[in-house]
Write a protein that binds this ligand. Sequence first.
Ligand code: NAI
Ligand code: ISE
Length: 335
Amino acid sequence: MVVRIGVIGAGMIGQDHIRRISEVLSGCEVVAVTDVDPAKAREVADARPGITVHATGDEVVADPAVDAVVVTSWGPTHRQYVLASIAAGKQVFCEKPLAESGQDCIDILESEAATGRRSVQVGYMRRYDSAYRALKAVVDAGEIGAPLMVHCVHRNPSVPGHYRKEMMITDTAVHEIDAMRWLLGEEIVSTQVLVPRKNANGVELQDPLILLLTMESGAIVDVEISVNIRYGYDIRGEVVGENGTVSLGEASPVTVRREGRFSGHIPVGWRERFIRAYDTEIQEWVDGVAAGRPPAGPSSWDGYVAAVVSEAGLEALRSGARVDVKLVDKPALYT
Ligand code: NAI
Ligand code: ISE
């Protein structure tokens, strides 16, 4: 079966997913697209035969030629299209965040749970990255003993004009929020935010930030979030265990040594750094849809937890205090 996909939002990552679905992955094709900027949707359709342009995301979901939906529009619009896809009985891959608030995510949890079956996957692609998987394998094997601390760095060279100060946590650090729960296999119980000297490259933002996450076990995660650091897209992680440490390797495939110096390559952005992770993530999702299996990747529950921890992080940023994370009971569908 070829999975026929409708895409809502033809911006940066929407176009990148359309490229990979059309040119890289197997067993899938894009048959419908929409964007609030109709010229963008038209441009995508004109470049690839067989894609219908719809006026709205709801029309994409309702299109009988669409088997499954990919949501890559702006975060505040995700809830509406995820709920519509659940109601239409179609599997939906939703880019992060699942929704804007914990309460909005609860609406999705309830709607999905009422169908008795998982049908939503959220785009936390780091779980599919080979370096993150290798890091987790070392931790899970107990090679370094119990994890005590994790040091994370999330640096972007720049961010788009519509990027607001809250997005340092809700859009950027949210990847570490999900990745740390997955890596350590436990929930986050509280957050705290430290505010260093401000980077003059990002005048309208409080950039950088340090987000501190305390895990159920007492392990502490620190995340440096820098979004205007110019030199490249740099993602780092080091787990400190009782008997050793394990770190993500350098992203550069080679190191050059010449004339008394050594150098390597730093990715220019997320598309380059995580290109294979996105490929694996969407291919596994497509394979599941084709087989009629519920998605195995990050669930609505994971999207909900990320939203609640992000909210706690924002409150910690505002108040300067340590803020507890309060989750609802986990519905049976996600255990
Ligand atoms: P973008 O601004 O480049 O693209 C979003 C597109 O959605 C725009 O073309 C916009 O016109 C369109 N749009 C907005 N509301 C719409 C609606 N109601 N219906 C149809 N189209 C609509 O933004 P970008 O960077 O592509 O991000 C999109 C989403 O993907 C965000 O939620 C972002 O957090 C997520 N993302 C995830 C990444 C990851 O690493 N997993 C990387 C980049 C983005
Ligand atoms: C973007 O939306 C992403 O999800 C990228 O992975 C992240 O590095 C970036 O900071 C976000 O703005």
